[in-house]
Ligand binder design. Structure first.
Ligand code: ZN
Ligand code: FE
Length: 245
């Protein structure tokens, strides 16, 4: 199989619109804003194939209707109230775009409609606002339990899975982690990411393997005072501390 050619378009202050490219065709994930996507298309003579949406928040879907005017394929997204979706998808549905096949995982918590798109041969996931590097999405609509289960669902993927999340939050997430956990590996990683960010480089994709070492929301590395609690309580307490940080 062919490797997947993936790159990002920055949008708003810290969103990433992920682009899959095959020759002159592209598909986009979570185009929160149409204008930077149209600029890319027009400057490089590209054709827009499909749009894949993870959840209903404006910074992820805001460009959909405008981009849909010139799409060659379909708009895929979760069931619910998002305008412009052609094909509503749910757990285990397949989405074929360009030459790639994604499997849909339902990952409620941040929103109730949230889904992720996994490419299981190439070990790639577009997970929107569910799992971030060194953090996870805020729980706006679901319960702590739903979010915990969704993150553990992503944690079942292969360790080498490349995680393409929708925001550049890594550095501030790591600041929180360091304030909670004394861990040399995480401190070194924070320094590495800070240096990258000060040069304007992006910190994404990350991998599941790495996240298991730096991301307490996966519950492998934890603040010492939470270690003896049941898993869901660990997650709930951590997410609550982050919300109040
Ligand atoms: Zn969101
Ligand atoms: Fe977002």
């Amino acid at each position: 199989y062919k490797a997947m050619n993936i790159f990002h378009i920055p949008a708003y202050t810290d969103n990433y619109i992920w682009v899959i490219q095959s020759g002159s065709d592209i598909s986009v994930i979570d185009p929160g804003d149409a204008s930077p996507v149209l600029e890319l298309i027009n400057n490089n003579n590209l054709n827009l194939a499909d749009i894949l949406l993870t959840h209903h928040h404006f910074d992820h879907v805001g460009g959909t209707l405008e981009l849909k005017k010139q799409i060659n394929g379909k708009v895929y997204g979760p069931s619910g109230n998002i305008d412009g979706i052609d094909i509503h998808v749910s757990e285990n549905d397949k989405v074929k775009t360009l030459e790639h096949e994604f499997t849909v995982l339902e990952t409620p918590g941040h929103t109730l409609d949230h889904i992720a798109y996994v490419e299981k041969q190439k070990n790639i996931v577009f997970c929107g606002d569910t799992l971030f590097s060194a953090g996870c999405g805020r729980i706006f609509e679901g319960t702590f339990e739903q979010m915990h289960n969704s993150i553990q669902k992503l944690n079942q993927l292969e360790p080498e899975t490349q995680i393409y999340c929708a925001h550049e939050y890594t550095e501030s997430n790591l600041k929180f982690v360091i304030s909670e956990i004394a861990n040399e590996f995480i401190e070194d990683y924070f320094k590495k990411i800070s240096a990258k960010r000060s040069k304007g480089e992006i910190s994404i994709p990350t991998t599941l393997e790495l996240e298991r070492k730096i991301n307490p929301f996966l519950l492998n590395v934890l603040p010492s005072d939470l270690q003896d609690l049941p898993k869901l309580e660990q997650f709930t307490e951590l997410r609550t501390r982050k919300d109040n940080a």
